[in-house]
Write a protein that binds this ligand. Structure first.
Ligand code: HDD
Length: 691
């Protein structure tokens, strides 16, 4: 196989894999062992002996199993994949992985939440990390981004402050994985540059439906530099092919209890099912000479480049196609660093980016115990590594020869410095001058216009979710003065929003400000404008003894065709029989699953089965809960009766027995027809609308 076809990273990892299949038990020194369940004791009922080397080795290793969790982004989940450009980007960049549409570059992506500890729940309201390591032919390139395109602060020196404020409060370590507390909002009102990011965090973007259904952003302005040394400013985007979708807050909170691993499970299952998540790489490009032509500073990380002003060009696709073998070895030991850069890409003077360049290397030294973490298999580049860095804890490489300095004569000055033509990284020669100051540029001073732009761009239902999010987050603040300050701060974003917040959290409504606010909108900011598809959605089929098997078969076959997953839910596990005694395997009972874990519900006909479902509180509440979260609900024949009994009478448009039509009331589909063809089609349509 040539370089283009083989996955060099997977080949490299193979050398480190270890399987116990058909192997004998041994100590870490390779001595075979007959017993690992009894300690060596003096007599059967006597004390354990110091001599028990196996006991001591086993216990010592166990005692040292944990490493410090990441100070932020502690909870994450990694997957492997590949990236391919659509065409050569050589006019913009010399980066090797962006030159040839036939070359696949291996990647490792770690998705994460930011605030919670390693064991916190997946569906909390938070920013999601989206970190991609490209194993390119010119070394590793790490794009360490988030699912939101802006950040809380403009200067990295404030990062410890914002993180201390948002993490659990230090006296009692409450609350876990949540921004809904006094210290965070006290920080917000004293750092008004956070207004734009808060809008994103409290919007539906803060509670994604899946890692597969969220965007990624590099946030900062970077530079692309071509072979001729010409540079362009660039912002990086990841656009999911499944569209951008979210949970509702009530759902997210319930899922956090019912399945705290909801997002990692979803990703793991999708990849195991061969439904590989795909993300297109987008770039926004600004010419060097146009840097000052915008009403925001392009170096300010609290600003987007509105897509209407600077369109996103899709330049390639990443496919996540392989689950990791070992969470600790891969996800936990992965070390990302925005300073892992390759020729053809360079930094800018964004003060947040500049500070990050220090923090990532520094933090790995503590977390991974020394300077050799680049030798951990998941972090190794697929290109050779040669330099005079030596020794340190857990050094794997056996460097040969006497020489560990440069320049040298004894080893003919090897390893040899290379020229740019030999793919050496050379920093873009940006002209810089100025006085040494601790001062932010006045061009970073507008903290509210883009927050208003974001607000204006939301659909009505997205705005309602945003109001509720403020009611929850700020409602949990104890100090009334902080709440009042929040209202005053967001009055600069939108008077309507500030009034809503004030109403919900019980403080004084603000006076309208004499400020001109933008009326502009950007479609790209609303999730209502995203891609809609039923693919990979998950449906519960609720059954009891005596259901109509034809309905279930017809429904299931349609779902399978459309790439939708179904699970049979019954009171008990095992099998459940149809009215003509055909058995079907049950996947979940009412204790092992819960309605919020599904995107939709189907209940087939069958008089006996419906009577049975109506007898039990769990069946009825399953339907009600699905309804509360506006999920797609489909009922055929006698199940229509169940719906009219269980749901509020405000649901008008339900199929009468006299009609064989399919009725659709806001995604609630009902029919008395024997033939479900049309019903199934409409169910798929409703499901792809997400809610
Ligand atoms: Fe950071 C981790 C993303 C600002 C300091 N960051 C971390 C991770 C992501 C981001 C996705 C997890 C990487 C992984 O999966 O292992 N961080 C961002 C983005 C930022 C940002 C998109 C703003 C644009 N971060 C930021 C600043 C600082 C840090 C300003 C400090 C100056 N971030 C860190 C860190 C972490 C980290 C302390 C913790 C664990 C790690 O690096 O490896 O260095």
């Amino acid at each position: 196989m040539n370089r283009k076809q083989r996955d060099a990273k997977q080949e490299q990892l193979k050398a480190f894999k270890n399987s116990n299949e058909s192997q004998s038990l041994s100590t870490d020194q390779g001595t075979k062992l007959p017993n690992t369940s009894e300690s060596l004791t003096a007599g059967e009922r006597g004390p354990t002996l110091m001599e028990d080397f196996h006991f001591r080795e086993k216990m010592t290793h166990f005692d040292h199993e944990r490493i410090p969790e990441r100070v932020v982004h502690a909870r994450g989940f990694g997957v492997h994949g590949v990236f391919k450009p659509y065409e050569s980007l050589s006019s913009l960049t010399s980066a090797s992985f962006l030159q040839d549409p036939n070359v696949e570059t291996p990647v490792f992506v770690r998705f994460s939440t930011v605030v919670g500890s390693r064991g916190s729940a997946d569906t909390v309201r938070d920013v999601r990390g989206f970190a991609t390591k490209f194993f390119t032919e010119d070394g590793n390139f790490d794009l360490v981004g988030n699912n939101m395109p802006v950040f809380f602060i403009q200067d990295a020196i404030k990062f410890p402050d914002v993180v201390h404020a948002i993490k659990p409060e230090p006296d009692n370590e409450i609350p876990q994985a949540s921004a809904a507390h006094d210290t965070f909002w006290d920080w917000v009102v004293h750092n008004q540059e956070s207004a734009h990011m808060i809008m994103w965090l409290l919007s539906d973007r803060g509670i994604p439906r899946s890692f597969r259904m969220m965007e990624g952003f590099g946030v900062h302005s970077f530079r692309l530099v071509n072979q001729q040394g010409q540079a362009h400013f660039v912002k990086f985007h990841w656009k999911p092919l499944l569209g951008v979708h979210s949970l509702t807050w009530d759902e997210a909170q319930k899922i956090a209890g019912k399945n705290p691993d909801f997002h990692r499970q979803d990703l793991w299952d999708a990849i195991n099912n061969g439904e590989y998540p795909e993300f297109e790489l987008g770039i926004q490009v600004i010419e060097e000479g146009q840097e000052h032509q915008f009403d925001f500073d392009i170096l300010d990380p609290t600003k987007i480049w509105p897509e209407e002003q600077v369109p996103v060009q899709k330049v390639g696709k990443m496919t996540l196609n392989r689950n990791q073998d070992n969470f600790f070895a891969e996800t936990e030991q992965a070390a990302f660093h925005i300073g892992n850069i390759v020729p053809g890409i360079d930094f800018t003077n964004d003060p947040l980016l500049q500070g990050r360049l220090f923090s990532y290397l520094d933090t790995q030294l503590l977390r991974l115990g020394g300077p050799n973490f680049h030798e951990i298999p998941i972090n190794r580049p697929i290109t050779p590594v040669h330099n005079n860095q030596r020794d340190g804890f857990h050094r794997m490489t056996i460097n040969q020869g006497k020489v560990a300095y440069s320049p040298n004569g004894i080893a003919h000055n090897n390893p040899q410095p290379v020229s740019k033509e030999q793919q050496g990284f050379e920093h873009y020669e940006e002209k810089v001058e100025g006085k040494k100051v601790r001062k932010r540029s006045a061009s970073f001073n507008d903290h509210f216009s883009q927050a208003t732009l974001f607000y204006n761009s939301l659909s009505e239902h997205e705005k309602r979710h945003l109001f509720k999010a403020f009611h929850f987050e700020v409602g949990n603040v104890k100090d009334p003065a902080i709440k009042q300050h929040v209202v005053e701060m967001f009055n600069h974003v939108s008077h309507e929003l500030a009034k809503k917040i004030a109403d919900g959290v019980g403080v004084k409504a603000p006076q309208p400000l004499n400020e001109e606010m933008t009326q502009q909108k950007s479609n790209a900011l609303s999730q209502a404008q995203t891609v809609f598809t039923p693919k990979t959605r998950k449906i519960a089929i609720l059954l009891a003894e005596g259901f109509k098997s034809e309905d279930v078969k017809s429904f299931m076959s349609m779902m399978e065709q459309q790439g939708v997953h179904v699970e049979i839910v019954n009171r008990n596990l095992g099998q459940v029989k149809s009215m003509n005694q055909e058995p079907i395997q049950v996947n979940q009972n009412y204790s092992t699953t819960y309605p919020v874990l599904y995107d939709g519900l189907f209940i087939p006909g069958g008089a006996q089965h419906i009577q049975e479902l109506l007898k039990h509180h769990e069946g009825k509440s399953f339907v009600k809960e699905m309804f509360t979260h506006a999920k797609t609900i489909g009922v055929s024949q006698e199940a229509v009766d169940l719906l009219t009994q269980v749901l509020p009478s405000s649901i008008q448009n339900i199929s009468p027995k006299s009609s064989s039509e399919v009725f659709n009331d806001h995604g609630i589909l009902s029919t008395w027809s024997d033939d479900l063809t049309r019903f199934n089609e409409l169910f798929i349509q409703a499901l792809s609308q997400h809610r």
